[in-house]
Design a protein around this ligand. Sequence first.
Ligand code: 5AD
Ligand code: SF4
Length: 571
Amino acid sequence: MLFIPRSSRLFRVFSNYASVRCRCSSTATRLDTLKKKVEKGPDLKEFITGTTSPTTLDPLDIPYLPSSVKTVRKQKVYFDVYGCQMNLSDTEIVWSILKNEGFEKTEIEEEADVFLVMTCAIREGAESKIWHRLDHLRGFKRRRANSKHKDRQVKIGLLGCMAERLKEKLIEKEKSVDVVAGPDSYRDLPRLLAVTESGQTAVNVLLSLDETYADVVPVRLNQDSVTAFISIMRGCDNMCTYCIVPFTRGRERSRPVASIVDEVRHLADQGVKEVTLLGQNVNSYRDTSQHTIKEPTRIAKGFTTVYKNKQGGLRFADLLEKVSAVDPEMRIRFTAAHPKDFPDEVLQVISSRPNISKLLHLPAQSGSSAVLLRMRRGYSREAYLELVGRVREAVPGVGLSTDMICGFCGETEAQFQETLTLMELVDYHAAFLFPYSMREKTTAYRRYKDDVPEEVKKDRHNRMVELYRRKCQALNEAEIGLTHLVLVEGTVKKTGQIMGRNELYLKVVFDQTEIPSEDGGKRCMKPGDFVAVKIVAARASVLTGVPLFHSSITEFYRHISWGDRALRVDG
Ligand code: 5AD
Ligand code: SF4
């Protein structure tokens, strides 16, 4: 264990980011005694070999635990994933790192030695769920300690955004937590976990400017799934005033194109039929390791940005082109795209490649220009609507999805009405609707008042949901009689029906049966199959269909584009 004098400059640097702390006792007195001991301890330099200047120190290289110290017994890890798809993708990175170090994975709580909880901090509600889970894990840990298996002590690690937000405070608040690791410190996890073997707690919440885990090949948690997620970038520079993400995930950085394309190829070889490229704002993707002409990101009329546009390198349109060319039979989706930088090149690639999903996520957040200004979104209602028109023209038949927040600081009833009218106008196929939740550290926290009462937020949220469902019902009913290309994902547990998703990522269910296959015979359907399905009934969140024949993306769209699908003659 590394002892750093509290007075040293390095202590401050280090304790902010990575620390290992003793958990000899939970009482404040014992902690105080320990702190005093630490103050008298030897200087850090005595522990660091070959390091001359503290400012050049890479915290991951700090030998606070010799790298030879590894866990002896194969430990079993139980993963809990909360929050967004990025968290799922991060968990697969974590699992890859731990698997390499000899850890095993379990889905049975009783077998677990380590519980790793991938956390979300975006709204208070997300954090409440995690505190609730921690209550359960604390009890589990206590029961194990009092059982005949007490030699197999349970360790609890909190990873991700909530870990980054609360840092050491997390351990102070929840004594059962042993490890706290932020989104950029997953390579350090084996050592952090090894530290806990001797009863200490370990924290590493250092944010990085360049960590993309590009060289870590994620290991999928569900190996049977025909769909997968790939992180193409990390962090966010947008600083929307309501959002905690720039503080928990750090500065924006892109992963090199080559490593992304390799991963897509690897997934295609494993039989994956759909990948979703993930980033907080995929359209600002730049692989600057590639030298190309210095072409800045172009911002459309009516849009502004808070950060300096990147120049040179490969852009998202280039990446999308390369990724979609890996396997024309693999469907490509991506999320999220900030409306402020949606270049025509990206739209051209989407419309020209049948294997790129025709559902675009264009998070509006509000329909009121005044609210959008307070949110620092960089566009007005009018600019957003103009973009919607441009997208619809460039990609016929495109579906749109959105995120919307109601009850943001200062939102009046009239301003909320503008959100409703925007939803009426745009016809979203999918929407993620949230009541505003004030987060510490954000600009809104510092500058505005969370002045919309909770019951008003709740009422506005209900009204948004009600409108959204009504609109979806109508949109989905318009699909009745049309034929969609559906990727079969699995079966519906309750009914045993086949479940898949169409080009707009809408859920489609239908009965299992033998249907004509490409080779002239007939066969049943299985996950990973592309099937032409005629839609016969619609609800707000699911379409019901009749399967017609097995197909492929290339075959289905040989003579017809998604936008003209109504013209398709049924098989
Ligand atoms: N309160 C409510 N919703 C939020 N989001 C982000 N921050 C907040 C917040 N403080 C929503 C935005 C974002 C989505 C991922 O979560 O709509 O697009
Ligand atoms: Fe948050 Fe805005 Fe970045 Fe999205 S673009 S992650 S809402 S700061």
